[in-house]
Design a protein around this ligand. Structure first.
Ligand code: 5GP
Length: 190
């Protein structure tokens, strides 16, 4: 009998480096990961690929997904909607995969309320100043959006207390290794 996988909720403020660390985690087949591609109404960034980073949709399609109960969770984040397609997550966990959800705090709360088999990890920057310099370095946002994302980060950081694990992203290697250790422990226990 195939053992069911679990859900990994991976949150942290915009710009903290979740994407980079996700890419590192997927280099480890022993973690048995599947990445949940979210649906969003946000504009595609130049380096993003449809169906890989996100499913980019308009508001009408997003509302249809809500109405059809297609989403495991969804939230509004700085003027755009983001949500996790339910079907993929169910299929993959049924096949024994551990499904990584890179989602913000409101969505994480919704998933945790569903009483599904999940572990939650919150990634924090060494400081807010460091976070600002990382978002600026990415050059993907206009100044007003960047300021809104920084203000959001300050609101989100206290919610780290609701997560099973908090990891500081000092360096990609250190944070990746800590998360790998957490996941290996969780895999062994479940
Ligand atoms: P970004 O626009 O920087 O790609 O994402 C903005 C925020 O939305 C990030 O904190 C990211 O983790 C979160 N996010 C991405 N996909 C989802 C999702 O499906 N659901 C929720 N609740 N948040 C998401």
């Amino acid at each position: 009998m195939n053992k069911k996988g679990f859900v990994i909720i991976f949150s942290g403020p915009s710009g903290v480096g979740k994407g980079t660390i996700c890419q590192e985690l997927f280099k480890h087949p022993e973690l048995n990961l599947a990445y949940s591609v979210s649906m969003t109404t946000r504009e595609k960034r130049a380096n993003e690929v449809e169906g890989v980073n996100y499913f980019f949709v308009d508001k009408a399609r997003f509302q249809e997904a809500i109405a059809n109960d297609e989403l495991l969770e969804y939230a509004e984040f700085v003027g755009n909607y983001y949500g996790t397609p339910k079907q993929y997550c169910e299929e993959q966990t049924n096949q024994g995969k551990n499904v990584l959800l890179e989602i913000e705090v409101q969505g994480a709360t919704q998933v945790l309320a569903k009483n599904i088999n999940a572990v939650s990890i919150f990634l924090i920057p060494p400081s807010l100043a460091e976070l600002e310099s990382r978002i600026r370095g990415r050059k993907s946002e206009a100044e007003d959006v960047l300021q809104a994302r920084l203000a959001k980060a300050a609101d989100e950081l206290p919610l780290q207390k609701n997560y099973d694990y908090v990891v500081v992203n000092n360096t990609v290697d250190q944070a990746t290794n800590e998360i790998i250790a957490i996941l290996k422990k969780e895999i062994a226990q479940r």
